[in-house]
Design a protein around this ligand. Structure first.
Ligand code: ZN
Length: 126
């Protein structure tokens, strides 16, 4: 029996009792399992995905996301539990075309809120 014949017997499982009549080389079901696992029909690749891994506060520089939430979310892109201030100015404004975007942690947002309330009180007093 040539090496090629042995190769074909193994390839087409002609030595497997339920498939063919060949009794040599001896059918080895464990070897067959290994063959399936290492099948060249499946190609594997590692893909790199861009994710938002953290969001920091624009005032104190600390993360706006607590550790528990960081561990639960692989991508923070949809995370929305923080303060965001967006300002855009258009035609007729001294800041025409300027766009501002700030992210704040809860603590800094509280500070900002109290500053806003103080400003309101000062403006009203005038
Ligand atoms: Zn902060």
């Amino acid at each position: 029996m040539s090496a090629k014949e042995v190769e074909f017997i193994r390839q087409f499982r002609s030595n497997a009792p339920e498939v063919g009549y060949n009794r040599w080389p001896k059918f080895n079901s464990q070897a067959l399992d290994l063959t399936i696992e290492e099948s060249p029909m499946k190609e594997h690749s590692v893909q790199v995905t861009r994710v938002v891994s953290d969001i920091t506060c624009d005032i104190c520089g600390q993360s706006v996301v607590n550790e528990a939430q960081k561990n639960n979310m692989a991508n923070l892109d949809s995370f929305a539990e923080y303060a965001r201030l967006v300002a855009e100015f258009g035609y007729g404004s001294k800041r025409d075309g300027e766009k501002f975007q700030f992210d704040f942690c809860e603590g800094c947002f509280e500070d900002l809120l109290s500053k806003i309330n103080k400003l309101k009180a000062v403006k009203k007093a005038k």
